[in-house]
Ligand binder design. Structure first.
Ligand code: ATP
Length: 452
């Protein structure tokens, strides 16, 4: 698969221009690896999270939600292996002291230091300077609790949301009377001190994850693993609306797999910088529960009353970044078209994730009778749909172009004919076709269209 034809700079520019994503603390020059979501971005983020939660938790009787603390007892991260092993290989430019991911520089999916040392023997940094030999760099972000700084009070911002899910395994099982197989799902921020954050919001230091850990009988690992791989693919294609041609599978080699995983398959999305990981499915085996059991001294085994079996459950993990999904959605839906020899940029978002579902406009904003009618329609639609925009800025062509760029599926215009026969025009984003419909049928029509 080749890199996507859509250019990253076009996406970055659209995000800034239309209020999807801003660089964090921009007026101070920004901070590498941190971004703020603007008015449009936060709607898109919330819609993606809602869709995932509804599908994951709402549609499965045996998946339960959790919202764990970002900071946990540091022993949790010792047991999970993150303090010792959550590392990426790094090299340093010996002149500028800038640091780079060794595997990225070598162009391989391996974290093996001896292999990377060989590959990078005569390599120079992107600035053309000599580089240090590769070494591991731990990506855990540290903080301190209480008034003392130092090892005694050191704590970590979580590098993945999964930690609290494992430590709450017994709590959720007991409070929900859950029987294996069951899952725990969580959406939340995670922090990684990435060596070189890059590619806009693709690789950041503060990220948000949507994760689900599914606890199973070890005998069911193969089929459950396959089922959650399929779930991820189907969710992206059928629920989010990403085109299948932009997706592919990537199986992790042994050198590439995280320290906790026995098997890992990523769904790659065809990003502008090339096909890269969007969503990971991992077989974490009993790695986490075994280590937490050992370090906490608590018995985390499960007793299956029906079969009389006692075992430590295996875990199949489904994990995807919210920001990466948002970037994939923007790249996938972005298109520039020529219509009647005029160029327009349009985000062909599935209505369910579009930040605004409908925009309402009076044809002319200086005609009070049009504005009054349009306001009536606007107020009525606002009760029914989230979100609806009032747009009376510029001429109607400009309004359509603005709404196309933010992916609003429908624009409603109130004109002079509306006053005569109580009708409005509905303009469809993807086809640019307009139809005149009776105002009192509008809610029903939009309801039907927005479900597509
Ligand atoms: P990568 O190989 O790209 O560093 P990873 O294999 O470390 O990612 P996981 O630990 O499996 O990623 O995390 C699960 C998901 O979280 C990823 O599929 C991705 O969508 C998201 N994610 C991970 N790291 C980042 C990051 N630095 N910035 C944005 N999203 C991220």
């Amino acid at each position: 698969m080749q890199a996507n034809q859509v250019k990253m700079e076009d996406i970055v520019s659209l995000c800034k221009r239309r209020g999807f994503v801003f660089q964090s603390s921009e007026i101070y020059g920004g901070l590498a690896g941190f971004y703020d979501y603007g008015p449009l971005g936060v709607e898109l983020v919330n819609n993606l999270k809602k869709l995932w939660w509804q599908t994951m938790v709402g549609e499965h009787d045996n998946i339960f939600g959790l919202d764990g603390a970002i900071i946990q007892n540091p022993l949790l991260w010792e047991a999970s292996g993150h303090i010792a092993g959550f590392t990426d290989p790094m090299v340093e430019d010996l002149v500028t002291h800038k640091r780079y991911r060794a595997d990225h520089l070598a162009g391989v999916d391996s974290t093996d230091l001896s292999e990377l040392t060989k590959l990078l023997k005569d390599q120079r940094s992107p600035e053309g300077n000599p580089i240090s030999p590769p070494r591991y760099f731990n990506m855990m972000m540290k903080t301190w609790l209480g008034a003392i700084e130092g090892d005694v009070a050191t704590a970590y911002l979580r590098p993945e949301t999964a930690g609290a899910i494992f430590t709450n395994f017994i709590n959720v099982k007991e409070t929900m009377r859950a029987k294996i197989p069951f899952g725990i799902a969580q959406i939340g921020k995670a922090f990684r001190n990435e060596i070189s954050p890059r590619d806009f919001i693709f690789r950041v230091r503060e990220l948000e994850q949507m994760e689900m850990q599914y606890f199973i009988n070890p005998k069911a690992q193969e089929q459950t693993y396959q089922a959650w791989r399929e779930f991820a693919w189907n969710f992206l294609v059928n629920k989010v609306g990403i085109q299948e041609k932009n997706l592919s599978w990537h199986e992790h080699s042994e050198q590439e797999r995280a320290h906790y995983a026995k098997a890992a398959h990523d769904i790659y999305f065809n990003f502008p910088q090339g096909p890269k990981e969007l969503w990971g499915t991992h077989n974490r085996t009993d790695y986490d529960l075994a280590n937490h059991s050992r370090l906490s001294g608590k018995d985390l085994t499960y007793f299956d009353e029906i079969n009389g079996e006692k075992y430590l459950p295996y875990v199949i993990e489904s994990s995807v970044g919210v920001g990466r999904m948002l970037l994939a959605v923007l790249v996938d839906s972005y298109s520039v078209e020529n219509i009647n020899s005029e160029s327009r940029t349009v985000l062909k978002l599935k209505p369910v994730i579009a930040p605004y579902k409908v925009a309402v406009s009076p044809l002319l904003k200086n005609k009070p009778e049009l504005v009054t009618f349009a306001q009536k329609i606007y107020q009525q639609l606002k009760q029914k749909f989230v979100m609806v925009m009032w747009d009376d800025n510029g001429n109607i062509g400009k309004r359509y172009r603005r709404q196309d760029e933010i992916g609003t599926p429908f624009c409603i215009t109130i004109d002079f004919e509306s006053l005569d026969n109580q009708s409005v025009t509905v303009r469809h984003r993807d086809t640019t076709k307009q139809e005149r419909v009776p105002a009192d049928k509008l809610v029903d029509i939009l309801n039907k269209e927005l479900k597509k």
